[in-house]
Ligand binder design. Structure first.
Ligand SMILES: O=C(O)CCC(=O)C(=O)O
Ligand SMILES: [Fe+2]
Length: 252
């Protein structure tokens, strides 16, 4: 069962459930044990690339830890997404105050037209998609990432099949799509999504964290695993300029 959301003629998102062997509590616990002690650090692994820079953090690729190999194996078992996943990036959100600002993922080193798979584990957080160049902020600018979310009213248009309609969305600067990502959700970003749209995971307001705690829900603690298909040349090009990613530092 998969939902397909056509964001524009060229950009789309798929949503579906991950298999249980990747979402079991023991798996999530093992991923928390990989969390770097230093706050704001993001660990990535996969093919050995030259360094990968975002928001002042430079991380060098390393071998895939055994905890992450099943995620790659699973992604590569989905033929509709290309089957050449070779990189894993993990983001740990300690609670609802951790966030990732408005950005587009760098696709410079990826296989052409390869989609990015994103798997959510833990508490439900909102994934917000906006047209790129909103208010003059193009994707791939640190300013855009640092600003985070300052947007008008939410359009909660359905995230089910075709719910967001067609190409008109791109031309409406006020349009935005909020998608709730409960535990075990896979979100696939495809087509021209990284050039036509930005995405972010906003902070939960403190009142919402309090409310969630009071109601027994989690306060926003979550792990996100993204899987990408890097071109073999990118891996081989030692000494090439690092790929650029924009990321707001995790709030503490
Ligand atoms: O945590 C998420 O769902 C999004 C992560 C993300 O956008 C990224 O790692 O580039
Ligand atoms: Fe991203």
């Amino acid at each position: 069962m998969s939902d397909h959301l056509q964001l524009s003629d060229r950009s789309w998102v798929d949503l579906f459930k991950a298999p249980e062997h990747l979402t079991a509590p023991a798996v999530v616990e093992r991923l928390w044990r990989l969390c770097p002690p230093e706050r704001g650090r993001i660990r990535r692994s996969g093919i050995t690339l030259c360094s990968y820079t975002f928001s002042g953090h430079t991380l060098v690729g390393g071998p895939v830890p055994p905890e992450l190999q099943p995620f790659l194996d699973w992604a590569n078992s989905l033929p509709q997404y290309g089957g050449r996943f070779n990189e894993v990036l993990v983001n740990w959100y300690q609670d609802g105050r951790d966030w990732i600002g408005t950005h587009s993922d760098s696709i410079a080193q990826l296989l052409p037209d390869s989609p990015i798979l994103s798997l959510s584990l833990g508490d439900t957080r909102t994934f917000r998609i906006c047209p790129a160049r909103r208010g003059g902020l193009a994707p791939h600018t640190p300013a855009a990432a640092a600003k985070g979310s300052r947007l008008p009213a939410v359009d909660n248009s359905s995230s089910s099949s075709g719910g967001a309609g067609g190409g008109s969305l791109k031309t409406s600067p006020d349009w935005r799509q909020d998608i709730e990502l409960p535990h075990g959700t896979v979100l696939v970003m495809g087509g021209a999504m990284q050039t036509e749209f930005t995405h972010e995971v906003p902070q939960l307001p403190p009142s919402v964290v309090r409310q969630r705690l009071a109601s027994g829900e989690g306060p926003g603690r979550r792990i996100n695993v993204t899987l990408r298909q890097f071109a073999p040349e990118a891996a081989a090009r030692e000494g090439a300029p690092p790929a650029k990613r924009q990321r707001a530092a995790a709030a503490g």
